[in-house]
Each structure stands twice: as structure tokens, then as C-alpha cells.
Design a protein around this ligand. Sequence first.
Ligand code: NAD
Length: 331
Amino acid sequence: MEVAVFGTKSYDRQFLQSAAEGTDIQWNFIEPRLTETTAPLASPFEAICCFVNDEISSGVLKELANGNTKLIAMRCAGYNNIDLTKAQELGIKVARVPAYSPYAVAEHAVGLILTLNRKYHKAYNRVREGDFSLGGLLGFDLHGKTVGVIGTGKIGQIFARIMHGFGCKLLAYDVHESDDCLKLGVKYESLEEVLAQSDIISLHCPLLPATRHLIDEEAIGELKPGAMIINTSRGGLINTMAAINGLKTGQIGSLGIDVYEEEAELFFEDKSESVIQDDVFARLVTFPNVLVTGHQGFFTQNALEAIANVTVQNLKEFAASRDLTNEVKVT
Ligand code: NAD
């Protein structure tokens, strides 16, 4: 089976090739991501493999349906970038990798907290310059702090467990309560209460119409003044302009994000020789209390192996005309 892989990076090539050894899958690696412009490249392929910033809009899906595409195998968990209703209408199936390493993302969220709090990024540079002063590096004990987990699914649960290990008090908001979290002593509250009581808030819910701009001007107004916000989920959960205003007033004490609303034009590419055209992003990175990583939460060896293995399994099921274990359907 020939599969077109959009937005291929060297690491995708490495892990997908290794996972497909001994199968009849032939990867056709395409560097650009899937957009209306690149969609015709999918035409000969019955199956294509996509990632978080591919544009799988109604227009792109129509172009795919005009060709031979019958399956989109997402090499990620999230599928907010797909017009699922249109895909279903056009008879294009969508499969994903629902869980690969929730540890990778949860641990990255903790890394953002520790770095923002104890300023490792500044300390690293200072010591290399022979500057051993401590001014500006003052942090706080995580022990005893209240951490609000928004979304206690696979990643949120692990994140909660790690923060429990630090001795934090845990609050959560989710539309479904997790038994694991309840056993851990996590207290479920309304979103407003979680926002008002938490020193640190970490977002682990999917991007849906109901969660878009969950952190907006109003929510920021409800925060405990100076709270830290962490987002390793999807950029659209935070209204970036509102966050910038919150940072300017000090209502948001610090912000750590691995995802950004308009990341599709920036992330996963080396832009070091170009002028960033996104003024909102450019403003965001001027704050000393903002830490941005370029959607690398998933980026561990374990996660990439699991993503590649499950993607191959999804493609094998499709090739054998079996029901797709990891099919995503309109609910
Ligand atoms: P999951 O499906 O296991 O958990 C999501 C949780 O969010 C569930 O408990 C669900 O009930 C809850 N939820 C749904 N709607 C909600 C709402 N309106 N309000 C509050 N909670 C709500 O997903 P997961 O595997 O834990 O992943 C969470 C998110 O992390 C994904 O949706 C994805 O966007 C993101 N993610 C990011 C990276 C990265 O590299 N940064 C990697 C993988 C996943």
C-alpha cells in the first residue's frame, strides 16, 4: 500500500520507516503540509498520513475526494484541524493515534512550570557567562501550592499524579470526573472556582467549539492574581490577545505554552533567518515571564515509536478492510 505522508520531517521518516518494516506499506514522504495548494499531491494515494497543522478543511477534503483518498491516518491524537462532518459526507475515513505517550506531554507541562518558576533558562545562560548572581531567579515552593487541572483525561491524570508528588493541592474541572483523580484526592470544582483558587492552571482538554478561548478576558479576570497558566493542549484554548493584556496588568503571573493559536505558520519550521510576520506572537515572546516551546510536548522517542506503530496498525486495518479500531467519527 502506497501512503502519502504530509509535512514530513526527518524524525517522521525515521520512525515511520522503522515501524513499517516487514509490511507492504510504502511511504511517499512529502515535505509541505497539507493545504488547498498541496492537496492535489494526495490524488494518487488511497491513504494519506497527516499531522496537527495540516489543513483538512472542507475545501481540502473535496480535493481529496476528487482523487483516490479514502483514509486520513492522523499521526497524532487531536483532530480539531479536520472537518469531520465533511469527511464523513465524502466517505473519507479518519483514524488517529488516541494515546501514545501521555507521559511525554504531562512531563513537558511540568517542565514549563519548573522553568518559569525557577528560571532555568536564565540560570543556564548566566552561569555560562560567568555570572553567578541570583537576582531575578527567585521562585516559589511548588509544595503546598494549588494546581488546577482543566481536562483530566489521559494527560491530565498523569499531570495530576506528578503534581501530587510535588505536594500540591489539586483542583480539577472536566465534564467527566476521573476515578484515578478522585482516588488521588483531586477535588472537582466549577471552572470559575478552579480559576479563582489555583496558583497554577494547566490545560489538558481538547479544542472543541465549547473549549475555544476557554481562557478569555472574562476567565483571566476570575484568576487568582499572578496565577501561572500552562497550555500544552491546543493554542485555540487561549485567546492570545486577552492573555497579553492579562500579562501586562500582572493578572497572569506567567504563561508557559507549547501551542499557539496561529502556530501553523510558525511551528515545526526553522524561521531563524526570516522576519516573524505575526505581531501578536512577536509581542508574546517579549515578556520575561512567558515561555514558548514549539509544540514539542509529544516529542519523545517513546511517543514517536508509539505514534508510528499505531499509524501502521491503522493502515493495516484499512488495507484489510477491517473496522478501524481508532476511527474518529462525528459524535
Ligand atoms: P483525553 O481525551 O484523554 O482527555 C481530554 C479530557 O478533556 C477528557 O477528560 C474530557 O472529558 C475533557 N473535556 C472534554 N471537553 C471538555 C470541556 N468542555 N471542558 C473541560 N474538559 C473537557 O485527551 P488527552 O490524551 O489527555 O489529550 C489532551 C489534549 O492534549 C489533546 O486534546 C491534544 O489537544 C493535546 N495534546 C498535545 C500534545 C502536544 O504535543 N503538546 C500532544 C498530544 C495531545
